[in-house]
Structures are given as C-alpha cells and as structure tokens.
Design a protein around this ligand. Structure first.
Ligand SMILES: CC1=C(O)/C(=C\N=C(/Cc2ccccc2)C(=O)O)C(COP(=O)(O)O)=CN1
Length: 456
C-alpha cells in the first residue's frame, strides 16, 4: 500500500484542454519563449508554480460563503488573526494581499540605505524589496546548497561562520534583521533544520539582531524536520511549526502556498514598534489593517487552509507526490537537484545542456522545450531569474541553473506525474539538439516575468 495516498477524494473537476505541437509552436513564439507569457488555455499540465494554484477543500469553499465584507472589523479577519496566533505563535498580525505585500511593509519599516540583510539564498521578490529599501543582500546559505548533485538532509541551513563574518564586517547595527527562509525555494525547496534555526537565534541574539522568517513553506519544512531530525520523529507538524517560529521575531507569509489559498498573505511580529509602523503603513499599500487587500471570504478560506496544512496525512501525500515524480526521473538518470525538495522537482539545466553557455539561457531553453514537447509549463530558475547586480548592473551568474517543475497542492493525479516524467525524458533524449536563446526584451524589474526571447 502506498504510504502517501491522498487523504481526500475529488469532488469537483476542471476540464483540461490538450493542444497540438503546431498550436504549441505558435503559442511559445507568441509568448517570446517565456512560459510566464503563455495563456493558461494553451497549457495542459501547469507546473509553473505552487503559488495560488492549489485546490481548496469543500470546507474552504464553504468558508467563502461566510465572507464578512465589512470594510472595517471583518469577523473573518479576527478568525484569521486568531488562527495565525495559534499556529505560528506571533502576537501581532498585519494582513496583506500576498507575500510580497508583507515583504514591502517589512523592508520599508526596518531597512534604511546602507543596511545589510543576510539570508539563506535569495528569493526574487524578497531581495528586490530589501534592495529597493536600500539594503545589500548577502547569501549566507551553506555551500552544499549550491551543489545540485549533493544529497544532504538540510541544504537550506544557514552557514553560521558566514553570518558571524558578516556581523564582524559590517557591524550588528547595520543589520536590521536576518531573513531566514523555510524551505529555500531557489535551492530546490530545501529545508533548514530546527537545530540550525536555534543556533542562528543564539548567534543573532548575542548581537541584538532580529530574525524575520519567510514562512511561505514552513509547514513543508516541518515535515522534513519530523522525518530527518533527531527527536522530532513523533512530533506533530503543528508543534514543530510553533517551535520553529518561536526562534524568530516575526514572519512574512504568502498564503498562496502552505495555507492552500489562491490569494492572501501577512506580516506577523512580536515587536510592538514594528507592528505599529507596519499597521500604519498597510493602509497606504494594501487596505485597512483588518483586510490588507483581501476580501473577507479569502481571509476565511486562508484561516481554514492553515488548519488543513498541518495535517500529517495531507502533507505526506503532498511531498510524496513530488518524490514520486523524482523517482520516475531517477530511473532514466535525468539530472535534478538532490534531495527532492518539498514543492517541486528542480531540473538541472546545466546537466541537461552542458554544450550551452549560461548566457544562452539553458534553463529558459529547457522550459520552452518542455512546453513544446507536451504542453507542460515549468518555470525558469536560473540566470534570467537571478537578474542583475543592483550595484554593477552585471548579470548575476547563479551556480544553480534550474527549471522548476512545481507541483500544485491537491490538483494533479499520479497519471499526470507519469505524463510529466515521460515529457521530461523526451526532452532529455533530444538534449543535444537544443540551441539556446537570445533575450530580445529585458524589463527593468524582476525581468523573468516579462522578458522575451528568440531561438539562437
Ligand atoms: C519563498 C517565497 C516565495 O516562494 C514567494 C513567491 N513564490 C512564488 C511566486 C513567484 C514570485 C516571484 C517570481 C516567480 C514566482 C513561486 O512561484 O515560488 C514569495 C512572494 O510571495 P507572493 O508571490 O505571494 O508575493 C515570498 N517568499
């Protein structure tokens, strides 16, 4: 009996449309070889992202009917606030429309020009807001995270020596907070251990430096702690999450991942001064402090989704499905980031296309090839996503040139995973034929969303 069979059955389905190769050739050309620019009607299996693409439960849909759309003081807000307090442990909550809304409030409230913000690998929107507020981002993740072939249990860990060196170099007073991500998206959905989080807390507290968690996939992270960390083998995900968050001063959160909603987010904190500042700023950018850019119905659905996200049988099925896809690809020796992460398989585009320079955009090329092959949409997570150095304007050259097959929660079946695996295999068999791309349009901000390319 497969140990991770889903603890739910399907009640509502949304028809999928398949396309012909000719249709896909026209669609990807119209999209400038950028999967972000494809209309979803031309996509068969959509693995672009796990953000906002998750299936809600019947309880969450029922919650949508309980939307209290009062402008101020919505009952859904108070239920959401209470649920966040209960499961994440923070005292104060500022609702936002999604994660980057919280990142904007946190960065604007705590960062001043000349500051330095260390973090375990960058995330695109997180680093953008830190730099926009005048900070310099420093990657303090363990070196192992930059090696896609290394199978280590907690590749999301912070390298304490790198953090200590930065504190010595710039001084604690110029580090407003350390940004710790759980899991680490750009490293391949890799977890950080409880012991490492505790150690980061001890080091930073010695210098009076705060920690703000990017808790976007912290419940998935909790499953890895339960499975891989001594002493947590029979601890509930809810208890692991609560302890993990207790080693931070607050968190930014995208409700579009772990909490199983299509929109939503929050900034949470135990710091009274930050709470006052962010609660005042939220009305400028997101909406009143009791809705923050969400409808009442969305806040209700997110509160319910939080309670569903910590169920062990659900989380085992969610991560189990990702591992299933990894096992299929493994049988053909296809290169992807080891070990399999929490929310997707990250194909190693350098391993796929060793004959392409990074400036020929191997990951962008592979994402386009996979779409052409079978209408499967993936996301470039390589040099295009890494963008340009804020100071020099030069392209960042990330060690990881990846294509992310991101598995939405409770959406696709095992048969869809089989189709995805076979499509990746077909691309792998044709890998020598790949020619690379040239960028023909480069946006100013977060270029990967809207950049356009042409085949070389
Ligand atoms: C760890 C982490 C995230 O993964 C995250 C969003 N992820 C996304 C959505 C996305 C964002 C930017 C470029 C491409 C795709 C993902 O596809 O992976 C955000 C921002 O949250 P937001 O999208 O709700 O604003 C904060 N932290």
């Amino acid at each position: 009996r497969r140990s991770w069979a889903e603890p739910y059955k399907i009640k509502v389905v949304e028809p999928l449309r398949t396309t012909t190769r000719e249709e896909r050739e026209a669609a990807i050309a119209d999209a400038g070889y950028n999967t972000f620019l494809l209309p979803s009607k031309d996509v068969y299996i959509d693995l672009l992202t796990d953000s906002g693409t998750n299936a809600m439960s019947d309880r969450q849909w029922a919650g949508m009917m309980l939307g209290d759309e009062a402008y101020a003081g919505s009952g859904n807000y108070y239920r959401l606030e209470d649920t966040i307090r209960r499961f994440y442990g923070y005292r104060h909550v500022v609702p936002t429309h999604q994660g980057r809304g919280a990142e904007n409030l946190l960065s604007q409230s705590l960062i001043s020009p000349g500051h330095h913000v260390p973090g375990n690998m960058y995330f695109t929107t997180t680093r953008f807001h830190q730099e926009k507020a005048g900070a310099t981002f420093h990657d303090i993740i363990v070196d192992e995270a930059h090696d896609p072939t290394l199978d280590a249990p907690f590749k999301g860990n912070v390298d304490l020596a790198k953090l200590a060196a930065l504190i010595d170099e710039v001084g604690a007073e110029r580090i407003p907070y350390v940004c710790v991500a759980a899991t680490v998206n750009m490293a391949g959905g890799q977890p950080i251990s409880m012991a490492n989080m505790r150690a980061v807390r001890e080091l930073t507290q010695r210098h009076g430096i705060a920690i703000y968690l990017d808790a976007t996939r912290a419940v998935e992270n909790a499953l890895f702690i339960r499975e891989r960390e001594e002493g947590y083998g029979s601890t509930s995900l809810a208890d692991i999450l609560l302890e993990f968050c207790s080693y931070s001063d607050g968190c930014t959160m995208s409700g579009k991942k772990d909490p199983l909603t299509n929109i939503g987010g929050w900034l949470a904190t135990n710091d009274e001064a930050l709470f006052e500042e962010a609660r005042n700023l939220v009305v400028v950018y997101e909406g009143l402090h009791t809705y923050g850019g969400m409808a009442g119905r969305d806040m209700e659905a997110m509160a319910i989704g939080i309670t569903e996200s910590v169920e062990l049988a659900y989380m085992k099925s969610r991560v189990g499905q990702v591992r299933y896809l990894g096992e299929l690809l493994d049988q053909w020796g296809i290169p992807f980031v080891r070990p399999v992460g929490g929310h997707g398989i990250f194909l190693d585009a350098r391993g796929f296309y060793p004959h392409l320079d990074q400036e020929q955009f191997p990951a962008q090329t592979l994402a386009a090839q996979l779409y052409l092959e079978a209408g499967v949409r993936a996301m470039e997570r390589g040099i295009v996503s890494a963008g340009r150095d804020a100071a020099t304007g030069e392209n960042h050259h990330p060690s990881l040139e990846l294509v992310r097959l991101t598995i939405p929660r409770r959406v696709y079946t095992q048969a869809h995973m089989d189709v995805v695996a076979e499509s990746v295999k077909a691309c792998y068999d044709d890998r020598e034929a790949a020619r690379g791309l040239r960028m023909t349009y480069e946006p100013k901000y977060l270029r990967f969303f809207q950049a356009r390319f042409e085949p070389l």
